[in-house]
Design a protein around this ligand. Sequence first.
Ligand code: ADP
Ligand code: ASP
Ligand code: MG
Length: 418
Amino acid sequence: MARLVMKFGGTSVANIERIRNVARHVKREVDAGHEVAVVVSAMSGKTNELVAWATEASALHDAREYDAVVASGEQVTSGLLAIALQALGIQARSWQGWQIPIKTSDAHASARILGIDGGELIKRFKERKEVAVIAGFQGIHEETGRITTLGRGGSDTSAVAIAAAIHADRCDIYTDVDGVYTTDPRVVPKARRLDKVAFEEMLELASQGAKVLQVRSVELGMVHNVRVFVRSSFDKPEDIDPNASQPPGTLICGEEEIVEAQVVTGIAFSKDEAQISVRQIEDKPGVAAAIFVPLADANINVDMIVQNVSEDGKTTDLTFTVPASDYVRAKETISRSKDTIGYKSMDSATDVAKVSVIGIGMRSHAGVAAQAFKALSERNINIRAITTSEIKFSLLIDAAYTELAVRTLHTLYGLDQA
Ligand code: ADP
Ligand code: ASP
Ligand code: MG
């Protein structure tokens, strides 16, 4: 007997037929004798619709009310799945975030989980053989008693946090692909499914744009050592042997479990970027602080930073990227500080994309990035900015070349499927 968390994303619960399919996946594990907590997303498209409604009601809305609205999608699917399970003769009960409770910070719309008491769920596994069906994405801020949400894609994080709280043997993330691939399989049909990915690599893949797992869920999995397994909900429930040691999918695990580390494991990309260049800034100590402190105070996440060495020793240019959603605010913030920074002009672009190459093998191999520069230049793709870290390098390019760049690098590093 094992204790499992099974998480189902939006496409997996998109309609009643799919919810019935999910119920059969859950039944399979229950019949095999496992204790099961299920975490569900809203039906696909639902959260987008709710977000759009909140924005339509007022573009500048109260984040507490935004959360009250957008958390409702998961309330619906948790109830529906409990009904579908009961119809199959399985004892099941739905739980909203506040009922467990899943305690979070009060950062509405991007709250962090602070603690979960898994005691009641475990008691019900033991006493009633009851399946818990938990609404993902949402929690409660204890002091105010208000509903919170965890940021887009947050149900992954709910699932891993619950797995840690109930000491689950595994957290299965069922989605619309059958695992984590070398890059987004919808963009590169030659992408290969990976059997195992190290937490650190998954963290980079997720934070650089591979939306298959929310970044925070990977962090939590790493900290609490939860075995996270990404698999497909579209496999027929009846075709799967619940006792098979490794069904098709990808295990996110500690680095020590990866036997043959490749130099490059995967490629992620994001078009959600904007570039800002501040020109002819006086080249003296304190100018970087004059630019980046106001941005940090405005809660704007700066990613790539490139400062040119000044030719004349008097002025320099500074280029950096921010999430596209913060682009307008970032420009306004810089303009407001123009006098303290002291610059001549500012230009910017939103039609840019960031392509990142990731692999723990890079630690011990030199020249990996140089190969990419050469391959992209042969395709006439211009690189606007570069950043590197121990197991990753990222390139900023024109958005129009994203797919071409990803495919070129995928082939270059030998990731294409045979
Ligand atoms: P869910 O609704 O189940 O949470 P998501 O849409 O959030 O699913 O995540 C699954 C999607 O992530 C896939 O459909 C795929 O297009 C995308 N994706 C991006 N990068 C990768 C990758 N490296 N491996 C697998 N899927 C990826
Ligand atoms: N429904 C939420 C979203 O679309 C959470 C999730 O699906 O993970 O972001
Ligand atoms: Mg998701």
